[in-house]
Design a protein around this ligand. Structure first.
Ligand SMILES: NC(=O)c1ccc[n+]([C@@H]2O[C@H](COP(=O)([O-])OP(=O)(O)OC[C@H]3O[C@@H](n4cnc5c(N)ncnc54)[C@H](OP(=O)(O)O)[C@@H]3O)[C@@H](O)[C@H]2O)c1
Length: 169
């Protein structure tokens, strides 16, 4: 039987499932960024072209195999490979890879959700109705169930957060 890596989606949300504004994240959370780095290092990450542009210097993440979804054929850069669609992205994942992380943004989360085995959600206890990008409300989608809830802490600006894990029922 073919080896299939585990597909994990990792996202930071607010209570109203907002994830971004003006091409940037909504909450500064160094502790969550460290956890993101620890979990994803050594693995494959799949992201949209706009999320790549939002990374420091517009550069891919070090020590990870970066796959960037874009429909523009000429987009190419150092340290990442591009895929023009979901099938192409899947085909670029190394055959020996154990874990693939879907790291955003909204468009990519929504299209890859049906492939994903598990969602790692950092929930910030704040609401951001002014956001311009959103994650689907997993509590309202059939087939997803909350399996773990761990305390996270408090961000430097005083926003409490927790780590939630959703799995397929
Ligand atoms: N809170 C979090 O955890 C988190 C994580 C990541 C990102 N974000 C935020 O999310 C926002 C960006 O989200 P977004 O939805 O605007 O952009 P995005 O999903 O990062 O990128 C969208 C682009 O990806 C390409 N794309 C998407 N689906 C594709 C497909 N099926 N086939 C080929 N190409 C595809 C297209 O690129 P082309 O236009 O080049 O064709 C599309 O314009 C930012 O504010 C960012 O900070 C938040």
């Amino acid at each position: 039987m073919d080896h299939r890596p585990k597909y994990r989606l990792i996202v930071a949300v607010t209570e109203d499932w907002a994830i971004g504004k003006d091409g940037d994240m909504l909450v500064r959370n160094p502790c969550d960024l460290k956890r993101f780095k620890r979990l994803t290092t050594g693995h494959t990450v799949i992201m949209g072209r706009r999320t790549l542009e939002s990374l420091p210097g517009g550069r891919p993440l070090p020590n990870r195999a970066n796959i960037v979804l874009t429909r523009s054929g000429d987009a190419q850069g150092e340290g990442y490979r591009t895929a023009r669609g979901l099938k192409e992205a899947k085909a670029l994942v190394a055959s020996e890879e154990d874990e693939v992380f879907v790291i955003g943004g909204e468009t990519v989360y929504r299209s890859l959700l049906p492939w994903v085995d598990e969602c790692l959600v950092t929930l910030h206890h704040v609401r951001r109705p002014d956001a311009d990008t959103w994650f689907p409300d997993l509590d309202a989608i059939d087939g997803w169930t909350l399996s773990e809830r761990e305390p996270g802490g408090t961000t430097p600006d005083g926003t409490p957060f927790e780590y939630l894990t959703y799995v397929r029922e």
